[in-house]
Design a protein around this ligand. Sequence first.
Ligand SMILES: [Zn+2]
Length: 399
Amino acid sequence: MHMSAVGAFSLSEMSSPVEIVDQMVNQAVRLNASDILIEPQEKQAVVRLRVDGVLQTFGEMPLGSYDQVMSRIKVLGNMDVAESRKPQESKIRFSSDGHPYVLRAAIVSTNFGQMAALRVLDSPKFTEFTQLGMSEAVIDKIKRNISGRYGLFLVCGPTGAGKTTTVHTCLKHLNNGEVNIMTIEDPVEYIMDGLNQIEVGEDVGLDFVSGLRTVLRMNPDVVFVGEIRDAATARIAIQAALTGHLVISTLHSRNSVGALFRLLDLGVDRYILNYALRAIVSQRLMRKICSHCKEIYQPTESERMFYRREKGDLPGQLTAGRGCDLCAHNKFQGMAGIYEMLEMDEVLRKMVLSEADEAGFKAELDSREFEDLNSAGLRLVDDGTTSLHEYIRTLYDAG
Ligand SMILES: [Zn+2]
């Protein structure tokens, strides 16, 4: 298998499963990894860390040590150590350098043995809008749209686009002690003081719909519903938004206009949608080129053609990372957010009612010099923050 040369080492050199797990978790925290995967293969087990959205190999170990490591994880999570066939889930609390973290652990049986996935939950790293890489114009629009006391505010994008960070930045902005902010999350990803956070899940017998019904009896001003996944959640979220609550939620969709159509597909009435919906922000996270090995190059013919299809004109020079020790030869270091902000207004509401199609909305927005995700992404390609390949990966390959 492919090994990223730096950092991968044989975990069997370490003496105990306790130390192996500690090493793994501390390294994940150091690298700011979102997930740790422990995967059994035919002859050994591999540990991989997801850093900036991409997996990299951390180390490998013989199957003997791996069995002990799995037992250690089960003990930490109060799971059944003897159970090796049924899936198990649990939360593990730990601290690294005095900072508290929660690991959400899931174990499932695969053809070579049990695989573990550990999601690293942290308190939010960014809680100011200016830290999210948003323009002042986008920040102003978001603040304006979440300052009201009713209506629906949506944050959209695929998994790993940074939606949760944006939502928690909004909640922090609203968290002034004068409002009751309640969240319904699956799972709670960040812990924040002053919020009443509720986790839904089969184990507690709550889903988004029953959770939202419960929360609405708790006198909230602001409600964050983790995700609108189905018609029932969409319906009750919109009802809540129309009855004196600011409702913030997320939706899987390619862009803001796509989110609008997704709500209609979920059976939301056009009139009601127009009353409830305030604004939709769509976003992606792109990896930033490592500043230590960044270099300018002349684009290839196919890059020139692709760029012209996207933007209408040809690129000048492009930028990419060469790979160096400081970025562990990843060529990238850190992430930059790109955003598009769609505020509903009279013209757009009329288009909703007259059943305009997606192309109609796109034409209307183009006529306003609306900065969509593609334009925002190309801006980062042009200024050398990211590469054209990363742009393609983020906006086309990753859904
Ligand atoms: Zn580098």
